[in-house]
Design a binder for this molecule. Structure first.
Ligand code: IMP
Ligand code: MG
Length: 172
């Protein structure tokens, strides 16, 4: 099976979105230390680029959750495959996600992390598909907003393929 890829965001587009986000986050969290929680696997490349441009001290954690459903649609059933490994109590937490689509995964993560009593809990997503939201899930820092299309590259997969591409493509 071969899919057709159409360039959506170039290396330059991504670099400038990451630089803008890093600046916003560094200003908002000035004089604080933030725990960044990267959501595996999709956010690994974004997180790696973002942290190198932050001017604030950070701790890096990862979570991995699985949702059942078809490849392109998520469903309501979500389980934790890998949880954070430190106490989050009283800390400033910033979730780093690849894409927020229906919002189901993010709202699950928010509920789970809120139960750890952090001092603050915010969300940074590389891509926000705001118009597709099914449950409320606030994204505080957004790289790109798109309305439709299934995207791959820059950490984001289709059937585990295309993650290593340095740019973001729409797939047919
Ligand atoms: P949702 O917000 O619960 O619907 O799930 C968002 C997750 O679905 C993302 O973290 C991705 O893993 C996956 N996803 C949503 N849209 C896309 C896409 O366009 N390409 C690849 N994965 C996607
Ligand atoms: Mg995926």
């Amino acid at each position: 099976m071969t899919e057709e890829l159409k360039l959506l965001f170039s290396k330059k587009d991504i670099a400038s979105a990451v630089a803008r986000l890093a600046k916003e986050i560094s200003v908002d969290y000035a004089n604080k230390k933030v725990v960044l929680i990267g959501v595996l696997k999709g956010a690994f490349m974004f997180l790696a680029d973002l942290v190198r441009q932050l001017t604030i001290p950070v701790e890096i954690e990862f979570m991995r959750i699985a949702s059942y459903g078809s490849q392109k649609e998520s469903s309501g059933e979500i389980i934790i495959k890998k949880d954070v490994e430190i106490s989050l109590e009283g800390k400033d937490i910033l979730i780093i996600e690849d894409i927020v689509d229906t919002g189901l995964r993010l709202s699950f993560l928010l509920d789970h992390l809120r139960a750890h009593n952090p001092s603050s809990l915010k969300v940074c997503a590389l891509v926000d598909k705001k118009s597709r939201r099914e449950v409320e899930a606030q994204v505080d820092y957004i790289g790109f907003e798109i309305d439709e299309g299934f995207i791959v590259g820059y950490g984001i997969d289709f059937n585990e393929g295309y993650r290593a591409l340095p740019e973001i493509f729409v797939i047919d």
